[in-house]
Design a protein around this ligand. Structure first.
Ligand code: 5AD
Length: 349
């Protein structure tokens, strides 16, 4: 099999047939040509720049019961917390001083954070930091709710679709959740004018390679500005406690495939990648990722936002160690920059 030839066609803007995508996703021999091509394209568009986002995990209370997730409502062992508006603003102040120009507010689907509460927080951040991007990651809401967050000053929204296959979706989620609504939310967000991020887990239970191809096809339809992926990692207090963690190299190959299919996308090298391998973050950058999202949450709550076992909340993960992070990124051959880091242009090809 000539993997370089397939990779070259992908690089040259050719839409590969499913069978060739499957080969790339599943073959270790594709690693080197994929990583090299993805790095070339990322450097062409984003140079060696790595954008940093300050992540504020503001609540681990969630009304949903997704089978894979450690903060599912059915996990009675999770120690629950919720940050106040003041806590969140303190995180932003600390982040701003450290050079962050994007704040990502992420939380479970916590009913306490009504539209009124969300808009109050967002508009306060907006008026204090007019030069910063505000990213929300608060799950599924109505289009009217999303519009109100946008009007309050939020710019970006992260909502992974998790899986684009109906059948696979049912393996991962309880009956009260639907893929149809998830997708609707993503298109609503786009219509409103958010920069939209989506994505999926790699090697989640019952996932087939065809499911992953369906994820790529869905993203081709959505044309997101940001794409986040990471390996599935088991959490001991979920129904998926006995499943194996996802493959590092398959995840990296998918990062590269995404870079080639969506050259302009903002692609984070995710915490999950850093959790399954000590150099996972750096490997993600070398495979085509161009964003990292250090943790700005108050130290006392970090260990409780446990989506999966052993989620790293070490020094290097933390926003206050941004100098260490800069060194690590430099060692990998890239450069952390202080910038909002908006998408360079629409990622349609
Ligand atoms: N392993 C890896 N990623 C997970 N997420 C949730 N649970 C897990 C897990 N067990 C991811 C989901 C979600 C994001 C915030 O974290 O994709 O969208």
């Amino acid at each position: 099999m000539n993997f370089s030839d397939i990779v070259n066609r992908l690089k040259l803007n050719k839409d590969l047939p499913d069978e060739e995508l499957i080969l790339l996703i599943d073959s270790d021999e594709a690693n080197e040509p994929l990583f090299a091509a993805a790095d070339e394209i990322r450097r062409k568009i984003y140079s060696d720049e790595v954008y940093i986002r300050g992540l504020v995990e503001f609540s681990n209370i969630c009304k949903n019961n997704c089978y894979y997730c450690g903060i599912r409502c059915g996990n009675k062992k999770a120690v629950r917390y919720r940050l106040s508006k003041e806590d969140i603003l303190d995180c932003c102040a600390e982040g701003y001083a450290l050079g962050f120009r994007t704040f990502v507010l992420q939380g479970g689907e916590d009913p306490h954070f009504t539209d009124e509460v969300m808009c109050d927080i967002v508009s306060s951040i907006r008026s204090l930091y007019p030069d910063c991007a505000i990213t929300l990651s608060v799950g599924e809401r109505s289009k009217e709710s999303y519009q109100s967050y946008f009007d309050a000053g939020a710019n970006r929204f992260l909502l992974r679709h998790e899986t684009a296959s109906e059948e696979h979706y049912r393996h991962l989620h309880p009956d009260d959740l639907s893929l149809e609504n998830r997708k609707k939310c993503l298109f609503d967000l786009k219509e409103i004018g958010f920069q939209v991020g989506s994505g999926f887990m790699v090697d989640s239970p019952y996932q087939t390679t065809r499911n992953l191809v369906a994820d790529l096809r869905f993203l081709q339809t959505l044309q997101p500005d940001m794409i986040g992926i990471g390996p599935f990692i088991r959490h001991e207090d979920t129904p998926f406690a006995e499943f194996e963690s996802g493959s590092l190299y398959k995840t990296l190959r998918l990062v590269s495939i995404l870079r080639l299919m969506f050259p302009y996308a903002l692609i984070p090298s995710t915490t999950a990648l850093g959790t399954i391998h000590p150099q996972g973050r750096e490997m993600g950058l070398k495979a085509g990722a161009n964003v990292v999202m250090p943790n700005l949450s108050p130290k006392r709550v970090r260990e409780h936002y446990m989506l999966y076992d052993n989620k790293i909340c070490t020094d290097e993960e933390a926003a206050e160690s941004v100098e260490k992070l800069k060194n690590k990124v430099a060692c990998a051959g890239y450069r952390v920059v202080t910038a909002r880091g908006d998408v360079k242009k629409d990622c349609s090809r």
